[in-house]
Design a protein around this ligand. Structure first.
Ligand SMILES: C[S@@+](CC[C@H](N)C(=O)[O-])C[C@H]1O[C@@H](n2cnc3c(N)ncnc32)[C@H](O)[C@@H]1O
Length: 211
């Protein structure tokens, strides 16, 4: 396995000593992307938020700083990511402001309409059935709630060679903005808004659940 393939494999499901290094790099390396991705998202003090594919837990930590009386949940299917996210968020967990749990996006262990906001940062590439996963996200989102996807890669001519190589080596799906919009619309999301930074290949796709 090549070095890039090994790294992409760890991005898909970080585990063990190498996974820990990858997750620490992602906590730092996704900081600016996440700042940009969230800058248009309204976050109220009392929001209940879920970060799907929370990795090392940095976004959970940042969101917890924004919600005074709300709560932030972080979910990842990697046991190690759950452990590392718990470590990073210990203070907020003790204050009952954060909860981290192991789970997979196809079956999220919450009742319908629990969350005001659901974030998915650098993770949808790896979801096994994207449409069913979006349906599951919609199920647990409150009416009026927001789902935001933040990616540092989308299908585009400018980054075609790199992205196709990553898709092949990492068994991942790098979606175009149009593909994501169609999928979200098919599932019933509304007010779909996409922003791109073409030079960096960054994408933010926000949508609402209205019914
Ligand atoms: C590239 S990492 C991004 C981590 C974090 N969101 C960040 O921005 O640093 C992708 C994360 O999504 C998680 N993940 C991938 N597929 C998942 C699934 N089906 N359900 C839950 N988590 C998943 C992986 O374990 C990994 O932690």
């Amino acid at each position: 396995m090549s070095e890039i393939a090994r790294r992409l494999d760890q991005c898909r499901k970080p585990t063990g000593d190498v996974g820990k290094i990858v997750v620490e790099n992602m906590n730092e390396g996704h900081y600016n992307l996440t700042t940009w991705g969230l800058d248009k998202v309204d976050i109220n003090n009392n929001f209940v938020i879920l970060d799907v594919g929370c990795g090392g837990g940095k976004t959970v930590n940042r969101l917890a700083e924004k919600v005074e009386s709300g709560k932030v949940y972080g979910m990842d299917y990697s046991d190690d990511c759950v452990k590392w996210s718990i470590g990073l968020n210990r203070k907020y967990i003790d204050e009952n402001k954060v909860e981290i749990f192991q789970g997979t996006v196809e079956s999220i262990p919450f009742k319908n309409e629990k969350f005001d906001l659901i974030t998915a940062i650098e993770t949808v590439y790896f979801w096994p059935d994207i449409k069913d996963s979006f349906k599951e996200i919609k199920r647990i989102l409150k009416i009026g709630g927001t789902f935001v996807i933040i990616n540092e890669m989308y299908r585009s001519d400018k980054f075609k060679d790199r992205n196709e190589k990553f898709e092949e080596l990492g068994s991942m799906n790098i979606f175009s903005s149009n593909e994501l919009e169609i999928l979200l619309k098919d599932v019933g999301f509304e007010k779909i808004e996409t922003d791109l930074i073409e030079d960096k290949n960054w994408l933010r796709c926000m949508c609402k659940k209205s019914i």
